[in-house]
Write a protein that binds this ligand. Structure first.
Ligand code: NAG
Ligand code: NAG
Ligand code: NAG
Ligand code: NAG
Ligand code: NAG
Length: 389
């Protein structure tokens, strides 16, 4: 293990210390032909909507002009990812209407967890039945069945990915937040949640290994966002101690604890799978300036919900974005703020399109990656070891 680690870090330092940034040997972009995404609401482009119900207006108002399966006024990080790689926006695997999977598929559904939701699943509880393990099973089916459909030719072929693209594709992950927040909403203590994290991270690694076995090689994995800055958390746990930005310390520490364990697990996977590129992306740190220095980045009122109602944070559990509520005998529909393009929080626990764009612009450079690889080179680590770069 130690020898493996030192060999790997030797090659990694060659790669990142000299080759990649040596202008005499510019690295080749990966030209990913497809994206396969696994996650929860932060990257759901219509999965939960297809299985259950569409998010209501004003979701989608900024970009799509109507609800588009996303819990956001517009696009998500996964949408900006597809755009930057010059690929179409990803269709959800669960969406049976009008889908085109020629350049990948999205297995994410809102409220998904890494851990297996035993009870408490939608519609009787908060968790999505499509946990990461189920999403990976769906991918395995997709991989086989898409090729059977492709063989029918014509329009069928044009809707399905090419077999050789599965290994060349980018695999992105944005999941774990609900493993923490669902437990918080069930009143588990922070230390109870912390003690469950190793198990959750273990589940995550098991699923990555399964995808590797199925041919995935390029993994781009987001850590968990600063949940202690979410209007929903600040509203539900009003007595939590705040940091200088007004975020609840203990919940951000919990997210960072999760992130530290995830980072370690990915370092292990990198050693186990030297031919893969496994990138840990510190989305938490990329987003934090939206709370410490919002004005510098063109944002205001970071802790206040754009589409919400009531209380100190414009968030109320009984009056969520898009819902119609009865206020003293008058029915009102919870709409959005005047200018979502300068706001951070869309509905109290999800980000606006503007914040998602900000996050994507920062993380795609590689400045928040470990190892420090930009998105367009997230296939190069294993290839370099094989002498392909
Ligand atoms: C896909 O096909 C392979 C080979 O034919 C088979 O071993 C595997 O079990 C199949 N997987 C699924 C999910 O059907
Ligand atoms: C599916 O999308 C691909 C890429 O955008 C396109 O070339 C193909 O024609 C589409 N298939 C159909 C049936 O629209
Ligand atoms: C959690 O605790 C709060 C405050 O004591 C209580 O109102 C709520 O019903 C509890 N939630 C659950 C799921 O037990
Ligand atoms: C509803 O009516 C009560 C009693 O008149 C008043 O105190 C309260 O502010 C009203 N709520 C809203 C949201 O207008
Ligand atoms: C709070 O949400 C309402 C919609 O219910 C919106 O009109 C208002 O602008 C929001 N407040 C702020 C400060 O964004």
């Amino acid at each position: 293990m130690d020898l493996g680690r030192s060999i790997l870090s030797f090659f990694a330092s060659l790669l990142y210390g000299s080759t990649i940034f040596n202008p005499a040997f510019p690295p080749k972009d990966c030209h990913f032909p497809a994206i396969y995404n696994f996650g929860a609401s932060n990257s759901d482009t219509g999965g939960l909507a297809a299985a259950f119900v569409q998010p209501k207006p004003p979701n989608g108002e900024t970009f799509f002009g109507k609800p588009a399966g996303r819990i956001c006024d517009g696009r998500l990080i996964v949408d900006f990812t597809a755009k930057s790689l010059e690929l179409p926006y990803l269709s959800s695997y669960l969406n049976s209407l009008g889908t085109n999977f020629s350049h990948g598929a999205n297995f994410a559904t809102s409220s998904s967890t890494i851990g297996i939701p035993v009870a408490d699943i939608i519609p009787r509880g908060p968790a999505s039945p499509f946990s990461l393990e189920i999403q990976v099973l769906q991918f395995a089916q997709f991989k086989n069945r898409s090729q059977i459909i492709r063989e029918q030719g014509g329009v069928y072929a044009s809707l399905m990915p090419r077999e050789e693209d599965f290994t060349k594709a980018l695999y992105t992950f944005d999941i774990g937040q609900n493993d923490i927040t669902h437990s918080l909403f069930l009143n588990l203590t922070v230390s109870e949640i912390k003690s469950a994290i190793p198990d959750i991270i273990n589940h995550f690694s098991t699923n990555i290994k399964e995808l590797y076995r199925l041919g995935a090689r390029s993994f781009w994995i987001y850590n968990t966002r600063p949940i202690g800055c979410f209007p929903k958390i600040l509203t539900l746990f009003p007595s939590a101690e705040k940091d200088s930005t007004g975020c609840a310390k203990i919940y951000n520490e919990l997210a960072q604890h999760f992130n530290a364990e995830l980072k370690m697990a990915l370092a292990h996977l990198r050693i186990q799978f030297p031919l893969a590129t496994v990138v840990y992306v510190d989305l938490y740190s990329a987003l934090y300036p939206l709370y410490t220095d919002p004005n510098i980045h063109g944002f205001v009122q970071s802790l206040i919900t754009c589409c919400g109602y009531g209380g100190s944070y414009n968030y109320s559990f009984d009056a969520k974005c898009g819902e119609t509520i009865n206020v003293n005998g008058t029915y009102i529909t919870v709409g959005s703020c005047e200018d979502p393009s300068i706001r951070v929080s869309w509905d109290g626990s999800h980000f606006t399109e503007a914040a998602n764009r900000f996050a994507f612009d920062r993380v795609s450079t590689g400045d928040f990656s470990d190892p420090p690889i930009p998105l367009k080179l997230a296939c190069t680590l294993g290839k370099h070891l094989l002498g392909f770069v």
